[in-house]
Ligand binder design. Structure first.
Ligand code: PLP
Length: 369
């Protein structure tokens, strides 16, 4: 049995009629940039997510950059984020001219260790960017408290956590603003690059939109210099179709994760995902910790099960951050995890047979059966 890591083809087959229709409508209307479909997607996302403002943009990296620029973050400032994430989270901090300050992650949940944040706060700290990694919610009560106590912005990176919930409140609704990616492989994925920002603050929303549209909310009235970061009409129309399915897909991800966890039960050599109390994990990724991870990965590949590592190197230890001279001892948990984490295939369309095949193959590797 061949099991791809993501299976966008079978998802497309299940919604082909609606997607093809949406694409042909956009083309026949030549509604390529901005216009009805983009505005419509923003409105639909606001409604479904329960937020006052959704500002679409070109991708989930720009969205982080736009938020920080418009919150006034720049040279001389520090922004706290987590050692285990995709580089967008930290590279956008540097792009504003600010300095990324990394905090280690938690061993069980993989998200930022909130107990270490206050030791890294200085008078220069302007914001914290927690990442709800793999779809797992961060400890939002503590993060909101820290943000209030120190008067620093809380910006949620929700690229992997569409519709995750903490105490019944969706990811992105706890902080001052939140960033989403609609990269094709994300839980809500476009057919190219796309992203969005959400916020309940009207003034922030206006400034984000203005900055993303060359500094102008009204054509030719450029109040500042901005950037060009727009969602295109095709992506918006495709995302509107998928938005109608996302809650169902999320449920299927959660059910499949439950099935996979119970199929893997009893294997001492691995640790299956632990979901934070009072929260809903959206399972963008199903990540285990494994003994002899590289051996297991090779074995699964030989069984035609595609796996991946998110991420093989903690951000501060990448060559990109060499100048800060971090050592792996500075981030003991992230460093240790990077040698043991393994992402298994997990998506709404994953069949029961596939789940059992993955579990049996892992058992076979560890000679449990
Ligand atoms: C995917 C991702 C991004 C960036 O999104 P793009 O749309 O690819 O620019 C940012 N942060 C995290 C945590 C991501 O996983």
């Amino acid at each position: 049995m061949k099991i791809p890591f993501v299976d966008l083809k079978s998802q497309y087959q299940s919604i082909k009629t609606e997607i093809d229709q949406a694409i042909s409508t956009v083309i026949s209307e030549t509604s390529f940039i901005g216009g009805f479909h983009v505005n419509n997607f923003e409105k639909e996302f606001e409604k479904k997510y329960g937020v006052s403002h959704c500002i679409s943009c070109a991708n989930g990296t720009d969205s982080l950059y736009i938020i920080m620029k418009m919150l006034g973050i720049g040279p001389g400032d520090e922004v706290i984020t987590v050692a285990n994430s995709w580089i967008s989270t930290s590279e956008t901090i540097s792009q504003t001219g600010a300095t990324p300050v990394f905090v280690d992650c938690e061993h069980n949940y993989y998200t930022i260790n909130v107990n270490e944040i206050e030791t890294k706060i200085t008078p220069k700290t302007k914001a914290i960017i927690p990442v709800h990694l793999y779809g797992q919610m961060c400890d939002m009560d503590t993060l909101v408290n820290i943000s209030k106590k120190h008067s620093i912005f809380l910006i949620e990176d929700c690229a992997q956590s569409h519709f995750s919930k903490y105490k019944n409140v969706k990811a992105g609704l706890h902080g001052h603003a939140a960033s989403f990616s609609f990269y094709p492989g994300k839980n809500l994925g476009a057919y190219g690059d796309a992203g969005a920002i959400i916020t309940n603050n009207e003034n922030f929303a206006e400034s984000f939109k203005m900055f993303a549209r060359h500094g102008a909310l009204i054509k030719h009235k450029h109040l500042i210099e901005g950037i060009n970061s727009r969602m295109d009409g095709l992506q918006a129309a495709i995302l509107s179709v998928k938005l109608r399915k996302i809650e169902n897909w999320t449920k299927q991800r959660q059910e499949n994760a439950k099935k996979l966890t119970s199929a893997l039960n009893g294997i001492e050599n691995i640790k299956t995902p632990i979901i934070r109390e009072n929260s809903e994990h959206s399972f963008h990724l199903y990540v285990i910790q494994a003994e002899n991870r590289d051996g297991l990965a090779e074995f699964l590949k030989s069984r035609e099960i595609e796996v991946a590592i998110h991420y093989p190197t903690p951000l501060p230890l990448l060559p990109a951050y060499e100048k800060y001279k971090y050592k792996s001892e500075d981030f003991p948990v992230a460093s240790k995890l990077s040698k043991h984490i393994l992402s298994l295939p997990l998506y709404p369309e994953l069949s029961e047979d596939a789940i059992n095949y993955i579990a049996d193959s892992i058992k076979e590797f560890y000679s449990v059966i």
